[in-house]
Design a protein around this ligand. Structure first.
Ligand code: NAD
Length: 285
């Protein structure tokens, strides 16, 4: 049984990006830049933003932090986004969600230049993904695909079940798995809270992807012997963080599994950095 090490993989990616960036800056090119916009004082968002800034520093990416008060006006936020859109040293714009009450997240996301939308939330990038065109892919599903690639877990011709249909994880992940290629070409079923027999669907999976947000909902009896289980869930319980899979019973059945923490989680920031560097490559080519 393989325990998929997302922490180590994310470190490898950061080191690869750092090497590329330092070679380019030594040759006189400017460093990649990420604008990070945080509105309000949500404690979880503050932690995420700090980690993203730390990740940038490690990869040699300049981060430009904008910390705005919770009572920021929509107009002022839109104006800041506009400023970031036109700054030549900004390759990516990250608007940390959720926004405080009174601000329209959808309108703000729409205002971000799709060519700097390193979170992949702009409808243009979502449309590009669904059409199979190049564009930015939401970081968590992109991180899942990167783990499959780096562990050489080919989904071609396999049965994949994605539990969860959110716009940021389940849906884009299902789209990526149906693309053609070694790490695509899967036959995909999307399950959600109204799926009648979740256990039977899960048991049909060669590859089981969990993006539910329910601690230990998926138990070993719901998993096919030898399945690959990718657990995106991050749940806070009284005994610490856990995934959507009951790790003990599921890992006894799986051929490969991502632990929580240390699986998919660290990949999300790594993919944000990768998207920023990709944007920078295009803009400085
Ligand atoms: P969400 O709440 O938007 O979506 C959850 C999905 O699960 C919904 O589509 C719902 O239909 C489905 N669902 C809920 N209960 C179900 C049930 N009993 N049976 C079947 N389906 C059920 O959540 P999300 O934003 O997609 O996040 C999912 C999980 O992934 C959360 O635990 C979240 O913390 C985690 N997450 C992790 C990362 C990361 O960096 N690793 C990033 C985003 C989300």
């Amino acid at each position: 049984m393989i325990v998929i090490d997302g922490k180590k993989t994310a470190q490898d990616i950061r080191a690869e990006l750092a090497a590329e960036v330092s070679a380019a800056t030594a040759a006189g090119r400017r460093a990649p830049g990420l604008a990070v916009i945080l509105v309000g004082e949500d404690p979880a968002s503050q932690v995420y933003v700090r980690n993203k800034e730390k990740g940038c520093a490690e990869a040699g990416i300049a981060s430009f932090a904008y910390r705005l008060p919770a009572d920021t006006k929509q107009q002022d936020l839109l104006q800041l986004i506009e400023e970031c859109n036109s700054r030549p040293d900004v390759d990516g714009i990250l608007l940390q969600l959720p926004l405080p009450k009174g601000l329209d997240a959808q309108a703000c996301l729409l205002a971000i230049d799709p060519a700097k939308d390193v979170d992949g939330f702009h409808p243009e990038n979502v449309g590009r993904l669904s059409l199979g065109l190049p564009g930015f892919v939401s970081c968590t599903p992109a991180g899942v695909m990167e783990l499959l690639r780096r562990y050489n877990l080919s989904t071609r011709g396999k049965k994949a079940v994605v539990v969860g249909r959110s716009d940021i994880v389940g849906k884009p992940l299902a789209l990526l798995l149906t693309r053609s290629g070694e790490f695509g070409d899967a036959t995909v079923t999307i399950c959600h809270s109204r799926t009648p027999d979740l256990a039977a669907e899960c048991r049909s999976a060669d590859f089981l992807f969990l993006a539910i947000g329910r601690p230990r909902l998926i138990t070993g009896d719901m998993v096919r012997q030898g399945a690959v289980v990718i657990d995106v869930g991050i749940n806070r319980t009284s005994d610490g963080l856990c995934g959507d899979a009951d790790y003990e019973s599921v890992s006894a059945k799986a051929s490969a599994i991502t632990p929580v923490p240390g699986g998919v989680g660290p990949m999300t920031i790594a993919m944000l950095l990768m998207n920023t560097v990709q944007s920078w490559r295009q803009r400085t080519a």
